[in-house]
Each structure stands twice: as C-alpha cells, then as structure tokens.
Design a protein around this ligand. Sequence first.
Ligand SMILES: *Cc1c(COP(=O)(O)O)cnc(C)c1O
Length: 403
Amino acid sequence: MPIRFDEAMDGALRDLEAQGLLRSLREVDSSQGPIIHLAGVEVTNFSANDYLGLAATPELKAAAIRAVERYGAGAGASRLVCGSLAPHHRLEQALAAFKCTEAALSFSTGYATAVGTICALLTKDDIIILDKLVHASIVDAARLSGATIRVFPHNDLEALSKLLVWADSRRSSSAPGRRARVLVVTESVFSMDGDQSPLAQIVELKDRYGAWLMLDEAHATGLYGERRCGLAEASGVANRVEVQMGTLGKALGSAGGFICGSRRLIDVLVNKARSFIFSTAPVPAAAAAAEAAIALVQSPEGVRLCSQLWHNVDRFRAGLQNANSVPRSAIIPLIVGAETAALQASTELLARRLFVAAIRFPTVARGRARLRVSFSAAHETSHIDHLVDALNTANLQFLTDSF
Ligand SMILES: *Cc1c(COP(=O)(O)O)cnc(C)c1O
C-alpha cells in the first residue's frame, strides 16, 4: 500500500501538536524594533536578535537604498560567476579591518557560512569536536562533512581535554599520508542560554593538542570587547582562533554570515565552500547595510548603543524576582521545563502585549523549554519595567539550574 501524501503530512502535524511542538508563522507588518505589529496587534518585542537596534536605523536603511539605486535589487549570479559586486568586497574589507584579520568572506546566511566552511575544511578522515549546545547549523555542517563527530558536555573543559587527547592519539596512529585534522567548534555566547564559553582555556587546550578552533560569534559580534569585535577580542585570544565566524543578521542588523581569518583560509573557502560557490550572491543592499553597521559599531554611537543595551539588561535582572543565576547577556533564558508550559507562558505575556518567544525542542533539549528574553539598545525603560512587572505577577516557576 502506498502512503498517502496528505495523510502523512497530517500525521506529522498531529504528532507535533500532541507534543506541544507545533510551530506556525506569525506575520509582522512593521519594521523590526522594540514595538512591532504582530498579527495585527502592537506588541513590545523581546524576541529579536537585533541587539543594538540597528535593523531599522536611518544609517542602515540609507546604505541599503543607495546600494539598490546603484547596483540594483539582485546580485545576478554566484560571486565566482559575475555576482561579486563592489558592496561585497567593501563589506569584506570592513569585516577584516574590524576583526583585525588578513581577510574575510561573506555568505548569504550564517547557516550557509557554517555548512560551507566546515565542509571545506574537513573530510571523512578528520575529526570534529563540538560543544553539546552549538547551533544547529554547526551540527548539520559536521554531519554533512562526514568527519568523525565527538561532542563534549556544555563548556566542560575536562571532557574537551579528554577528547583532544583521544583525537591526538588517533591521529598519531593513522596511516602515513594525510594526517587527520582536528577541529573544535564552539560559540562565544550561546544562542539559547546566553552564557559564555571559557574561551581562553579552550584556546590553550586546542593549541596544546594541535587542534584548530572555529568560533561562532553570532551573539557576541558588536557587543563584547573594547572594540566590540566579540568574545575573542574581549578574552585576548582573537589572533589564536583559526576560524572566526559571525552573522550579519543579529547585532549588525542586516542579513548574511561571514568568516574572518587568514588570506589562505579565505582563498580555500572561495574555492571549496559549496554554499558560497553554488549560490547566488547576497543582494547588494544587505552587504551595504552590514558595512554601514560595522562603521556604526566602531563609532562613538556604537559605544553608546552597547552601554544602553547593558543598562537595559541590568535593569531587567535587578527587577526579576523568580530567576536565579541569570547571566549578563543580551539573551536571558527563563527555563520553564515543559513545552506546553512555555507556550502557555508566552501566550499569557502576549495577552499583555509582550512578545517573548517560547523556545522548544529541537531548538533546545526536550523538557528544557523556555522563554528566551532578548534585549535591544532600542528598548526604553518603560518597556523593560512592563516586562518585569508582567513576569513577577504571572506566577511562573523557573528552573534554577539554568545550565
Ligand atoms: C543565528 C545563528 C546562526 C545562523 O545565522 P543566520 O545568519 O541567521 O543564518 C549561526 N550560529 C548561531 C550561534 C546563531 O545563533
């Protein structure tokens, strides 16, 4: 008996719904910002990754419009064919200067960056070592690369150290010829927990065992370090991280992803990263907006926005009664536990015109569903206070063992 397509789809959706895991799209009919129009209702938005509030600033919009006027709406082709437009080259120069690396390469998304880069660097004869909580794009990339995958418990240096010893011995015993590569991948600030990796120690370890490090700074670029380059800068180890990854779609307010590193690394990616080669170049507007964002982040306005963001985060943490050990980050997880309870909490807040997304499996582990509160420099004091008040009166129980 053939499986009827419609029945299979219905079955899949029913299964998700029964587990509290059904998702659907909600239309936003406004620009991004602290207030958005969500399915026809004006709500205060605590779910975006636009941490500095740059997505809708006049500077980024003007840069995008100028790029559209000069270069058009579409890029026309892959970068290697005829789509390598001036805005992409200027963006990459700006990224490399910002991160103090020899070179940079931009991709259409952060997801495409992870997949293209990891698969360009590793084959089935290599080893990739991941923190348990790395982003799905890195997990997918690791699987696609065919490399042997090992996972260490979140931020567990001892477990990482053991895996590095194991990888090193396996490498030494491998057949002569190409020696196995060992790549460690972690994030600087974790996307669903807001905590940081012990970066300086990880760098020490990977150097000790001759492994390489790829660091995903998606939630740190623009926010950490004296120059706001990210956690690698803040930890003083930027020049020891072989592959620095980031996205243009979060604090930088635009869209796309990037790698910063040596000229050789970038040349290899141009030649081997399939998500770069076999994909139309990002639209010129996105590249131009991202370039404007990098300039803004490095200006005195960048300093001001960053301190406004931390001011908002600190105000929230000081006001919240029910959550222990909330880390200082633009992302604050309030872990509820059950998927349906997280959904219900989110719905309750929405009734008070506060939009805080419920994050569930597979984004986080089963039974670790949460409200993921994210902050922006564009939030006003009254927005923060409204949320604090709603959370304190909603009688929600949060798990205290946040990590
Ligand atoms: C968002 C995110 C990505 C993917 O970036 P996009 O530009 O949204 O595709 C990769 N890694 C981490 C940690 C992220 O949070």
